[in-house]
Design a protein around this ligand. Structure first.
Ligand SMILES: Cc1cc2nc3c(=O)[nH]c(=O)nc-3n(C[C@H](O)[C@H](O)[C@H](O)COP(=O)(O)OP(=O)(O)OC[C@H]3O[C@@H](n4cnc5c(N)ncnc54)[C@H](O)[C@@H]3O)c2cc1C
Length: 441
């Protein structure tokens, strides 16, 4: 079975690592960029390890990486973010984030009565019996709830920060998605962990695995440009090669890019329900310091401006040169602008707000900045988790391909969905292959 995998991000590499583990397969992973990893791409600069996206793993003890560790023999270490050092800033003052029962009791964002009520709501979500999951969206739930405006604001803020979206969008997240997310997170003993050494720790091992099978190749700087089906075989044209023949094709890229590649093919209309999905975009502001400028906390979320700063190196010391510090600032973005000029002004304003947050908690940061990277349009999730969007299934009726990636159906959110859907499509193909083989014999 000769397989083409289009996309060398977490999903594509995961699918290839599983498939190349099977002796009956051969294949090529096509990646259009010069490097692998996609949005989890990691690079070194002046001794700092910078991720294009962050490498936090949510609920690692219940995460797909646990299966991958066993099934693929991956080796990695992780370290938990210290919950006691996670703070919320509201109207200029800091308070522990209400992430667990201890912090809920300590936080100042709620009054004593509201704390009791909030704990009860969260306890109900944990038990998975909460009515939240029966509401179409968080907005519907909050509109009908008699909770105080502070409790409502906290729900919006939690959903904003966990799904990387604005409070307006948080109200559009389905009750089911929220109930499932918090059910999983609150049951986890390890809610937020960093993979030591960043995503490269995982991607390098996936690549090593693929390289172990001589019938598999990874082709970088080779975008796939067109695809057709002739006599039961798939014919791919890439930027550098023509008429490459495959038995199976796995798309491992953002849904919108899949729809574009399949435009003007017989499968274009099947992509209609997915092609207008909106993605989650954020502003990312990474700064590396030559020394530890200040370490008042490990994560601070600015509730007023909807920004947060993670002191990545407080948890993962491997990403900085000795004595250094790496911060990652992220701002949730609105995507609704009348024109480009307004969008530009909004982004400039967000950048300024981020710098004010750095000024407040990391005074003198400018003097010690050794590396800096600002991206005003980073795609966190290819399909924003709101009710009007639709995840792409791993198989679509009447379409002969498989699909994986963080915009496809799978377990978890973000990177976990990329890993879990990559693993799922590989297992589906291997199972189908085994079934066909059994029928023949
Ligand atoms: C700022 C930021 C912070 C994040 N933080 C976290 C976090 O803390 N925790 C977490 O779990 N997740 C996080 N994420 C999300 C995580 O990075 C993504 O969910 C994950 O990397 C998506 O992987 P993927 O394989 O689905 O897609 P991608 O990484 O987008 O991979 C798709 C690949 O396909 C390639 N491609 C596209 N078209 C073609 C073509 N025609 N031919 C060949 N190749 C093609 C692309 O170049 C790309 O490499 C974050 C993301 C960002 C941007």
């Amino acid at each position: 079975m000769k397989i083409a995998i289009i996309g060398g991000g977490l999903a594509g590499l995961t699918a290839a690592a599983y498939l190349s583990d099977s002796p009956d397969t051969e294949g090529i992973v096509f990646e259009r960029s010069p490097q692998l990893g996609g949005r989890a791409f990691t690079y070194e600069k002046s001794g700092f390890t910078l991720n294009y996206g962050a490498h936090a793993v949510y609920g690692i003890d219940r995460h797909t990486l646990q299966f991958m560790e066993q099934e693929l023999g991956l080796k990695f270490q992780s370290k938990q973010v210290d919950k006691r050092k996670v703070m919320y800033a509201k109207h200029g003052s800091l308070t522990p984030a209400p992430l667990d029962f201890v912090n809920i009791m300590k936080t100042d964002v709620l009054t004593a009565m509201e704390k009791v009520r909030f704990v009860a709501e969260i306890a109900a979500v944990i038990a998975n019996i909460h009515q939240l999951k029966h509401y179409p969206t968080l907005g519907d739930y909050l509109n009908r709830s008699h909770a105080s405006s502070d409790v409502k604001e906290l729900w919006e803020h939690l959903v904003s920060s966990n799904f990387f979206i604005t409070p307006e969008d948080a109200r559009k997240v389905t009750g089911e998605a929220i109930a499932e997310y918090y059910h999983n997170l609150f049951l986890s003993q390890k809610p937020v962990n960093y993979i030591l050494g960043s995503w490269a720790t995982i991607t390098n091992q996936l690549v090593e695995k693929i390289d172990c099978n001589e019938h598999w190749n990874i082709a970088v700087k080779e975008p796939v440009e067109s695809i057709t089906k002739v006599n039961g075989k798939f014919i791919l044209n890439t930027k550098t090669r023509e008429a490459l023949e495959f038995d199976e094709v796995i798309f491992a890229m953002p849904v919108q890019q899949v729809a574009k590649l399949l435009e003007s093919t017989p499968w274009s209309s099947n992509m209609e329900p997915y092609k207008n999905n909106t993605s989650t975009e954020v502003l990312v502001y990474d700064i590396g310091f030559s020394k530890v400028v200040a370490r008042p906390f490990h994560y601070i979320s600015d509730m007023d401006n909807k920004l947060f700063i993670s002191d990545v190196s407080a948890t993962d010391h491997t990403v900085v040169p000795e004595g250094g510090q790496l911060l990652q600032g992220i701002a949730y973005l609105n995507d609704d602008f009348a024109d480009e000029e307004l969008r530009k002004q909004y982004l400039d304003n967000k950048t300024q707000q981020m710098e004010v947050l750095f000024d407040t908690y990391y005074p003198d940061w400018r003097e010690h900045t050794a590396v800096k990277r600002v991206s005003k349009k980073a795609m966190v999730s290819s399909v924003k988790n709101i009710h009007s969007n639709k995840l792409l299934p791993n198989r679509v009726q009447d379409v002969p391909f498989l699909f994986c990636g963080d915009g496809c159906t799978g377990k978890g959110e973000l990177a976990e969905r990329a890993f879990s859907s990559g693993r799922a499509v590989a297992q589906m193909l291997l199972k189908e292959k085994a079934r066909t083989k059994a029928l023949i014999h």
